[in-house]
Design a binder for this molecule. Sequence first.
Ligand SMILES: *Cc1c(COP(=O)(O)O)cnc(C)c1O
Length: 298
Amino acid sequence: MLIDGRISSMKYTNSKVEEIKFNNKKFFVKRDDLLDKDFSGNKARKFYYFLKNDFQNITKIISHGSSQSNAMYSLSVLCKIRNWDFDYYVDHIAGYLKANPIGNYKEAIENGMNIIEKKLDDEVSKDLDKSIHDNTLFIPEGGALEEASFGIKILANEIITWAEENNTTDLKVFLPSGTGTTALYLQKYLPFEVITCACVGDEEYLKKQFLELEKDNHPKILALDKKYHFGKLYKEFYEIHNELKRQTNIEFDLLYDSKGWLCVSKHLCDCKSDILYIHQGGILGNISMLQRYQNKYN
Ligand SMILES: *Cc1c(COP(=O)(O)O)cnc(C)c1O
């Protein structure tokens, strides 16, 4: 089939690693944000399984979450490539977003997403959870599923190869977490320490997420003194985002990376090991966040 030929010739893997300096400290950055123009970052790794494998009977994906989610956008790209329908449930869509679509929401709709403003009923989701029903695949919120390990293992192997080629043996890998799926599977497949921080929920929530996937071998979790709530605006998030852009010329994501870099700055600046920071994309989501930040702080 033509579509399969197209998928196998597209790569969506092998992102480059760049050396940067931030506040006079050297870091390496794995540029997963540049994997592809449309299918990039964390969600491209986590949904790679669904891009690459054969799903002969599948004609539709159902998922749910927020109306500006990166997972929602990436699933819309996946469904477009594979010619699948995409039903996405959200509890609520803000009136201003409906009136002026931007960011992930706008692009996902343009990709053909069928957005349904309705709570995904517990019965329905239990029924669909992680199993294939008829012609439908259910993807839990944020892509927290075992199949994610397929693409994350490939990411781990790229890191191992890079470290070998650069004779790097004392390496720590940092990435900020949402569900923790990516950090956990990276730790599973990497011979290096994986360090993370909790961006959605607190450190206890993240530990619980890890436990649901694996009994042990969990990534190390760094914390900040102040509590942050996912999706809210914080002046220090905006400032470090702008400072990173100014010093490194790389745009990082505002929801995860700002907290990630605050943690790195606080805990890892005196670290003797080389640090590899995984840039997990999310730049399309910045459009709506930047609009909110500019209204508040500029
Ligand atoms: C989804 C996402 C994360 C979090 O990934 P988890 O596997 O849920 O921890 C981090 N950064 C970006 C940009 C994301 O889109």
